[in-house]
Design a protein around this ligand. Sequence first.
Ligand code: 8Y7
Length: 400
Amino acid sequence: MRPRVLNIDSVESVRESLMRMRVSPEGVDIMSPKGIYRLVKITGIDCRAANIIKQEMLARGGEAAAPYELYMLDARKIDMVLMGTAKQFEALLDKLSRQPFGLAALAEDIRKTLESYTKKPPTLHAGRFALELASRTHIMGILNITPDSFSDGGRYFSLEDALAQAKLMVSEGADIIDVGGESTRPGAAEVGLDEELKRVVPLIERLSAELDVPISIDTYKPEVARSALDAGASLINDISGLRDAAMIELATERNVPVVIMHMKGMPKDMQQDPVYGDVVAEVIDWLDGQARQAMAAGVAEHNIVVDPGIGFGKTLEHNLELLRRLSEFKSLGFPMLIGTSRKAFIGKILDAPAEERLEGTLATIAYAISKGAGIVRVHDVKEARRVVAVVDAIAGGAGS
Ligand code: 8Y7
């Protein structure tokens, strides 16, 4: 038979593969951690610490790439890429955990990162619902309560319409309904607090009484989130990524899952020439900081979901790079939500208006699931459900 390159990316898969070909149990134990090779980027490392890392990694047969400043041997900070097998990392981290210059803490961070990268997604507990992300990819259906209804009659009809739309999405396979009362499209104006409350609270009261799925509240205003939770919502979807301390307090107090989304600026100005050095690195770093801040203030680790915020202060190229490298976000160790539905970057690729972006949206969903997304936020639930079912069947469980 022709030699072939195997499709394997975890120590566990190496282990299974070797066991299937009847390698001895001892051999499986010894070899499996040698079968996975990782490149890990670490940043802001003190040059003295970097020298120790380089020597220790080389001594184990791995590599440690660093800029020339490495040899200045002073307190300058540099970035490095460590390269090696899972086994070499294991031995390296064991050694570093007994070294000075903050290396013990760094070793712990790297260990957690490597573990996070392949760990299976958790179960989210939202009110009386348990969302088992490891079992399959979950779908969040988008429900925007239509604005501009000036009379009570108009408001009533838009509420009934929204309710019908929500029921349709649930029948089509939505696992969560995301209710938003303020447009966050690029350039959109902010809505007053009273108006947003008037739009979402009566709707959520009806939805929570009549639907058998959890409701998330799409808002960055703690007052709106509080009233929405009181009305029966059980997740918070915060496009500002918990920038408001009162939102963190609320999430802690109510013990609900919260989506921390990255956004550069605010909707009214976010698309005005957004610039990043490395967009993936910067978004991951920001999400990590927000998550740490939230956990320090009492938000449970198991309640955190992260989202790169496709289209929020990003150019077409930024969005594509975030999707292409989405698996890097697995390093954070939180389940990932992704929202690409009908967004402008798809329209740019296809030269198509919003109502002609379904196939493009579905392509991004299939791709994102294969790179680790656990929840997809969509308008077209029926079509998304079918795509997700097939991708999950191929992957065997949730898509990554
Ligand atoms: C996202 C979102 C929007 C997203 C999360 C639109 C509210 C813009 N996009 N929430 N919200 N992620 N978590 O076009 O990508 O749907 S609004």
